[in-house]
Design a protein around this ligand. Sequence first.
Ligand code: 5GP
Length: 114
Amino acid sequence: MSKTIFEKIIDREISADIILETENLLAFRDTHPEAPVHILVIPKKHFPRLAAVPTEESELLGQLLLAAQACAKKVGIESTGYRLVINNGADAGETVPHLHVHLLGGRKLECPPG
Ligand code: 5GP
């Protein structure tokens, strides 16, 4: 099966503005930001979407949220606030089939999201 864009970023075949990297995760800026801060946090292990993550990976899911928290702190939006979004499947508008958390902030976000 061919690699997704995000797997190519993990393998450094495509460049990205990386904010944070751990053994299991990578966080980098979205190339089409919907807010002044728009970062994608992804596991290095491939899962097409949240629905494909088995319960044994609960620790990895926890790491994803904590990495988003760490990114928010690193880019200075910890106190102003931020939103995390996971698009799962077609109706949610998922375009890259590799689990990712959007971290959005740096401005007042509409509520509820579209
Ligand atoms: P989705 O719609 O699947 O939840 O989000 C995929 C996100 O990946 C989109 O916000 C899109 O802008 C971003 N994206 C697509 N291709 C690239 C790329 O090559 N590099 C980076 N950094 N982001 C990308």
